[in-house]
Ligand binder design. Structure first.
Ligand code: FAD
Length: 428
């Protein structure tokens, strides 16, 4: 490969790198932007996303950030004739608790919600939910998109505006007045010289930051999902993304429960499991597939180049998540004893900071920027994240939340203490 010189090199062509390059090329008319990735675009974490979006967060900073992103999604959906199939069914938060004052009070006032406390009305409006659900909070601004189609659309637009991509692994970065990136490509090594470098390396962002001489406080946690063909039609095709807010015990037989309780590796399954089982139909009103998830893993992983080698992959996850979801949506119960014949079990890393907020903005070295730590919200927030990163690079006006989403927040001990004390990171 020939050496080349560009104005801006973006390392990583997942949804974050693509969105940053899109806003640089399309909004800011930068002509010399190169997206570098060792993989095909959108094939690492961004291929694993559940593709759900919401403006429901415990803190107004994340609400403003995701509201801006959803505004951009609305705009792009209109402009592209909805090429990424944006739905708008909201998020259903369901609980068996009588008193939901705490839940409602934890939702910032600028989020549009409807509260259903009448059990008859809940049964009529959300017929799939177990009848012991006593309260439902419906977050109005939420739904899903096709992240792959969104990424593809932004890629086409940025290429039409002059942006380019290069397949290769960035193995080292040197800097004096410019950055010199060593790139290992399929045809051999080459050098890319750039004025500006953007670290959009997803789970590898800490590694790329070290090449730039900076440490980033990132950890990676592997989370799993399943998708399956709902041949029993258990899930109504118009059911919104629905989440069980209650911790629960899985419906094991007494014999199963005591066997689990005796096994040191499995005894956690016999006890109480955390809240957050979630379910939604996938593939539109005429589709048959559904997606289930439950982000209960807490162990930190070293990201694997080949995710199939990830030690946290748990072969029993499909059974666990089906059992968990069946406690909440009883029509799923038959799948506990007769698992769906056509299903896929997949997962990926939530690359995150301790407070579960992203890192977007300048790094210590002049001309180096980061757009990372997008955890379980990278598809929904990519547009606002990319727009914000591009605004930092181009010196444009920044939204109010920019400081708190940049590395500057790591020196704001008051904010960090407030977030730690809240105990709710909006993690799903
Ligand atoms: C199971 C799961 C479910 C999720 N569900 C949702 C959801 O419902 N809604 C939502 O909004 N978000 C969701 N997410 C989160 C979302 O998928 C991620 O936040 C998002 O995809 C992160 O994008 P990224 O571009 O930062 O990372 P990635 O997609 O991982 O892209 C990073 C890219 O950088 C490249 N790279 C790294 N190092 C180098 C290097 N040295 N040289 C060249 N290239 C390099 C990699 O090859 C990779 O392609 C989910 C995530 C998971 C794992």
């Amino acid at each position: 490969m020939a050496d080349q010189e560009v104005e801006i090199a973006v390392i990583g062509a997942g949804i974050a790198g693509i969105a940053a390059a899109y806003y640089l090329c399309v909004e800011h008319k930068r002509k010399s932007v190169l997206l570098i990735d060792s993989r095909q675009p959108m094939t690492y974490t961004s291929a694993q996303s559940g593709d759900n979006y919401r403006n429901w967060w415990p803190h107004h900073t994340m609400t403003s950030f995701t509201n801006d992103s959803i505004d951009e999604l609305d705009r792009l959906a209109e402009e592209s004739n909805d090429v990424f199939n944006m739905t708008r069914g909201g998020y259903v938060l369901a609980t068996r608790q009588d008193d939901v004052t705490g839940i409602i009070e934890s939702i910032p006032g600028d989020i549009d919600v409807a509260h259903y406390g009448d059990r008859e009305l809940i049964r009529k409006t959300f017929p799939a939910l177990t009848t012991d659900i006593k309260n439902v909070v419906h977050i109005r601004r939420g739904g899903d998109i096709s992240g792959q189609q969104l990424g593809q659309y932004m890629l086409e637009r940025l290429r039409a505006a002059g942006g380019r991509k290069l397949q290769g692994d960035v193995t080292a970065v040197e800097s004096d007045s410019k950055y010199r990136l060593a790139v290992a490509g399929a045809d051999g090594p080459s050098t890319v010289t750039a004025d500006v470098v953007v670290n959009a390396a997803g789970p590898f962002a800490a590694r790329v930051a070290r090449m730039l001489g900076t440490d980033l406080p990132l950890k990676n946690i592997y989370h799993q999902k399943i998708a399956f063909e709902d041949h029993l039609n258990a899930i109504p095709r118009d059911m919104p993304f629905s989440i069980d807010l209650d911790a629960k015990r899985l419906g094991w037989s007494e014999e199963e429960r005591s066997m689990l309780a005796e096994d040191p590796d499995l005894k956690w399954l016999a006890g109480e499991l955390p809240s957050g089982t979630h379910c939604r139909p996938d593939g539109g009103p005429h589709g048959r597939w559904v997606k289930l998830g439950w982000a209960y893993n807490k162990k930190i992983s070293e990201p694997q180049e080949d995710m199939a080698n990830e030690p946290a992959i748990d072969q029993s996850f499909p059974e666990i998540v089906i059992r968990g979801a069946a406690e909440f949506i009883p029509a799923l119960r038959p799948y506990v004893s007769a698992p769906p014949p056509r299903f896929s079990h997949y997962g990926g890393y939530y690359a995150m900071t301790e407070e579960n907020w992203p890192l977007i903005g300048p790094l210590d070295n002049k001309g180096a920027f980061v757009i990372a730590a997008l955890s379980g919200f990278g598809s929904m927030s990519a547009c606002a994240a990319g727009k914000l990163c591009a605004a930092h690079i181009c010196g444009s006006p920044l939204p109010e939340y920019a400081v708190d989403l940049s590395l500057d927040r790591l020196t704001n001990s008051t904010l960090l203490a407030e977030l730690e004390a809240s105990g709710n990171k909006g993690l799903l």
